[in-house]
Design a protein around this ligand. Structure first.
Ligand code: AMP
Length: 379
């Protein structure tokens, strides 16, 4: 009996556990919160990721460790890796946790990025603004996600306000200034690399964000083959360089047909949730196969798919359940503003059918602003 340990017990761990059940796997999830939603399906160990006693108990009960949460302290991942196999490896995790290390690596690999500069002091912020120019975004290097820990600088006069907002973080998590990209589209590559180095990618996905949080994903992205191939080649190069094992996402901006890498997520990713019903093998199942050294599953798509995120509270399920290709995912979380509480995936054999399905769901749930950009893209 194989037990997979997962650090972090949110919806990603929950969906990993659900997809691992047919493989006969057992799970142990560790989270700082006793009501972590993966705990509804897998044994949950409540503890701090820095607590060696809790980590030792966790390590003694699992055969392999992986992550649902990318901000597990890199030292804890390292400590665990000396006792039990950990995938992705702690070095890859550490790079992905730090926007500066990540962007520096992208650049080294020839993956284009928006211009950026590290910032440690108020003076360095001025120097960074002079170099990168405005508009730009001041971001925390670590622990930021879903648009948190970011301040948009529209003009040089905003520098004081930006420093007031994030300057206190400079010592703790570091800061980075990134050029603002007036992109037309946001894309992501969700891919998997096995322990033997085998690499597979799902088709390129297009994403829409609202207030920095993913709102909708469409796959395959309506992009020409060359663009999709370039994006996937970037992801492959990155995974090979850091000997990545498991599923990861590479988020990209597309401006005037040019790709610029934003960040890498070292885990299964929200923009890959559509793979559960929209592809031969889901990102969750392939992540487990990868970390266990099992053969990877085929990543081809089954038609066209759109994932809609439910933020704050779950809408009524009936409209989605009434669709032939409608799939519902309620994470079993309490409603809270800004919280990802669930998602739906609509799948169809053609773009036209998917657009019609989105239209019906958008009207029924009064979510037209969420579905309209996707429908527009499908036309
Ligand atoms: P992140 O936390 O870096 O993924 O940022 C969240 C969202 O903010 C992204 O998905 C974009 O919509 C937006 N964003 C982040 N960085 C930039 C940038 N350099 N230029 C334009 N928009 C950005």
């Amino acid at each position: 009996m194989t037990t997979v340990g997962i650090l972090g017990g949110g919806q990603l761990a929950r969906m990993l556990a659900l997809s691992g059940a047919p493989l006969g796997l057992r799970f142990l999830v560790m989270d700082t919160e006793a009501d972590a939603c993966a705990g509804q399906f897998a044994p949950l160990l409540v503890g701090d990721y820095r607590d060696e006693k809790a980590l030792a108990e966790f390590a003694s009960k699992v055969d392999v460790t992986t992550f649902d949460f990318e901000n597990v302290p890199a030292e804890s991942a390292q400590w665990l890796s000396e006792r039990v196999p950990v995938f992705p490896n702690p070095r890859a995790l550490a790079i992905a946790q730090d926007r500066l290390a990540e962007k520096t690596l992208f650049r080294e690999l020839g993956i284009p990025v928006p211009d950026f500069a590290a910032v440690a002091t108020r003076e360095e912020l001025d120097a960074a603004l002079a170099r990168v120019g405005v508009p730009c975004i001041l971001k925390t290097r670590r622990l930021g996600y879903d648009g948190k820990g970011q301040f948009r600088i529209r003009a040089l006069a905003d520098a004081d306000a930006a420093w007031d907002a994030l300057g206190a973080q400079a010592d703790k998590v570091g800061l980075i200034v990134e050029a603002f990209v007036p992109f037309q589209r946001e894309l992501s590559v969700v891919a998997v690399r096995g322990r033997d180095g085998e690499f597979r990618s799902w088709p390129l996905t297009e994403n829409w964000h609202v207030d920095g949080v993913l709102s909708a994903s469409l796959a395959p992205a309506q992009a020409d083959d060359a663009l999709a191939e370039a994006a996937i080649a970037h992801a492959r190069k990155l995974a090979e360089k850091i000997d990545y094992v498991g599923v990861f996402a590479l988020e990209l901006f597309c401006k005037d047909g040019v790709l610029l890498a934003n960040e890498m997520a070292p885990r299964v990713h929200n923009s890959g949730h559509w793979t559960i019903e929209g592809s031969e093998t889901s990102q969750f199942q392939n992540h487990l196969r990868a970390v266990l050294g099992l053969p990877l599953g085929d990543t081809r798509m089954l038609g066209h798919a759109c994932m809609l995120n439910w933020i704050g509270a779950m809408p009524d399920a009936a409209a989605v359940l009434g669709e032939a290709g409608g799939h519902w995912h309620d994470y079993g979380k309490l409603p809270r503003a800004g919280r990802k509480v669930g998602h739906a995936t609509l799948r169809a054999d053609s773009r036209e059918e998917l657009a019609a399905s989105l239209q019906r769901v958008g009207v029924a749930l009064q979510r037209q602003p969420q579905v309209e950009p996707v429908i527009e893209r499908l036309r």
